[in-house]
Design a binder for this molecule. Structure first.
Ligand code: SF4
Length: 388
């Protein structure tokens, strides 16, 4: 095993802001989000802003350059456009940004209207990610989404009218009682909206969710493996024809519209997280914040740090994590970049494991880039597990 040194990653960091509230809780959701029937708590945004002010002055953050902002959730658009614009504009003033930062807001279809979208666009939001999940009222009800197919179509139309030219739609396949025809219809309708970016996630039944409880009782009827494979194959073919190339295991985009914020995660870059359950990571020193929004507000208002977990990855673990995350991207990562960041190449570090995976046709180095082969992609997680 070779000598390895601490990561020296020079790219701009990402800024993530977590909004942990939703209209209702979806049946499959394992994210930190709490259903919120009425107006979301005002003191939460004030606390996030207070944390932004504190962190902007922190020695670990103050001289950094940021390249992206991502307001995610939960459902950020549960708040008014003016409130989100205020938060965003303050952040733009507090931190130092590279030119033309990518600024994304996640939205759910029934929490936006023309005014809100206009306010977000005018505040500098230049990427909108809409959680559609399925273009079928029957399936949306089945998975406990709080919006309809028409809400989704209208949200896309209003986003275009507000001037958004970088739109992502999230879709899920392998849903309960979803057949191949349902999925084909969702893909066809999604592509008819001409999105610049699509995220396609296979349903995963996570512990603690209502779906997990249904599955335990034998009441969750999911499509079989063969149908799921056919869903993937149909989608990949249609998206390629529409010019959306697969650049990450679950993400497809026009080449100019890849999500820069997520690419920073996949390159294991640095990022600052604000809000409940947010995670920050600088030079592989990782801080996780308290998940419960009320506790987050209390700690911030009391001047106490909201961290519940701190983890410091040694260089070897940071190197392996960087390789594994980068291999999620179909373009992989330059061997020279890894060597510059850590002082070691993956060939030297992994030795015989690397040679075996290459011989099995699962891993390749082409024109200096390390990547998974097309053969490895359908079972990428098993291949990546060999490199942990
Ligand atoms: S809208 Fe998203 S974050 Fe909110 S409950 Fe549904 S899946 Fe979870």
């Amino acid at each position: 095993m070779s000598v390895i040194h601490a990561d020296q990653y020079p790219q701009p960091a990402g800024l993530y802001i977590h909004i942990p509230f939703c209209v209702t809780k979806c049946g499959y959701c394992s994210f930190t989000s709490y259903p919120c029937a009425g107006a979301p708590p005002r003191d939460y945004l004030a606390a996030v802003l207070k944390q932004a002010e504190l962190m902007a002055a922190h020695p670990m953050v103050r001289d950094r350059c940021f390249g992206t902002i991502f307001i995610g959730g939960g459902t950020p658009t549960i708040y008014d456009g003016g409130e989100l614009a205020h938060l965003l504009q303050n952040c733009l003033g507090l931190f130092r940004f590279a030119s033309a930062p990518e600024i994304t807001v996640e939205a759910n279809p029934n929490t936006v209207d023309a005014n809100k979208l206009q306010e977000l666009r005018e505040a500098g939001v230049n990427r909108l990610s809409i959680g559609v999940q399925a273009f079928s009222d029957r399936l949306l009800q089945k998975i406990h989404r709080s919006h309809t197919l028409n809400d989704a179509l209208l949200a896309v139309k209003m986003a275009r009218q507000a001037g958004f030219d970088n739109l992502n739609l999230d879709l899920i396949y392998g849903l309960p009682e979803q057949d191949l025809f349902d999925w084909q219809e969702s893909i066809t309708l999604a592509l008819a909206q001409r999105p610049e970016h699509l995220s396609l996630y296979g349903l995963s039944v996570e512990e603690g969710t209502p779906f997990a409880r249904l599955a335990e009782r034998g009441e969750l009827s999911l499509p079989d493996e063969d149908t799921v494979l056919r869903m993937e194959s149909f989608a990949y073919g249609q998206l390629a024809q529409a010019g959306l190339s697969r650049y990450e295991i679950s993400n497809f985009a026009n080449p100019a519209n890849r999500c820069r914020h997520n690419e920073n995660y996949w390159r294991n870059g640095n990022y600052l997280g604000l809000g409940a359950a947010a995670v920050s990571c600088f030079e592989h020193l990782r801080f996780r914040q308290v998940a419960e929004p009320g506790k987050f507000v209390k700690l911030i208002n009391a001047g106490q740090p909201p961290f519940v977990e701190v983890e410091c990855l040694p260089p070897g673990a940071a190197f392996r994590e960087t390789v594994i995350m980068a291999l999620r991207m179909l373009g992989g990562i330059a061997v020279a970049e890894l060597a510059e960041r850590f002082g070691v190449t993956p060939q030297d570090y992994y030795g015989r494991i690397f040679i075996r995976l290459q011989e099995q046709g699962l891993l390749e180095v082409e024109e200096g880039f390390l990547r998974l082969t097309a053969k490895a992609l359908p079972f990428a997680n098993q291949v990546l597990a060999e490199l942990v």
